[in-house]
Unconditional design. Structure first.
Length: 168
């Protein structure tokens, strides 16, 4: 019989499921970032155990285990960075800057801790990389424009009582 008329199993037509992508480069973390990663590992492990005990669907268990593998890998590869001195823009600093006539504060953190809407920018993001090692008052190039960013202030990041970074 021709191969064209042979019925293959349904599994052969399913989309492959890949591991969650891990950001390239070192896994730099702040103390807060490391605590968040460890909390994710614990939450994912609890979820896997709960799904197994309730006899959940195999696909759900696989998805939960995949997420647990991601966070376990991130915890195992985490490189805790020392607190910056605040003399120049560095990992763990809060930076006040002007870009395109607008000023704002950002805090430079690890990839898993990043939340641009909350002003938490990954150290690997173009904006953070452009400002690295710049000092207060310095103009830096960004987005193909010379002196596009003016660094107004630099300080070590501060965390409030709830464990969130404080802005300016």
């Amino acid at each position: 019989m021709s191969v064209a008329f042979r019925r293959e199993s349904d599994d052969e037509h399913l989309e492959p499921v890949f591991e969650l992508p891990i950001p390239p480069g070192p896994n730099l973390v702040t103390e807060r970032g490391l605590a968040l990663i460890r909390a994710q590992v614990e939450a994912c492990d609890d979820k896997v155990q709960a799904l197994l005990s309730e006899g959940a669907d195999e696909a759900e268990v696989k998805k939960a285990r995949r997420e647990l593998r991601y966070w376990s890998t991130r915890a195992a590869t985490a490189e805790l960075m020392s607190a910056p001195d605040g003399d120049a823009v560095a990992f763990g600093c809060s930076v006040h800057f002007r870009l395109n006539g607008k000023t704002r504060w950002i805090t430079i953190v690890g990839d898993d801790e990043a939340d641009p809407a909350a002003g938490l920018i990954a150290w690997s993001a173009p904006l953070a990389r452009a400002m690295m090692e710049a000092e207060e008052g310095e103009l830096v190039d960004f987005g193909g424009k010379a002196e596009a960013i003016e660094v107004l202030a630099v300080r070590p990041a501060r965390i409030d009582a709830e464990g969130a970074y404080t802005g300016g």
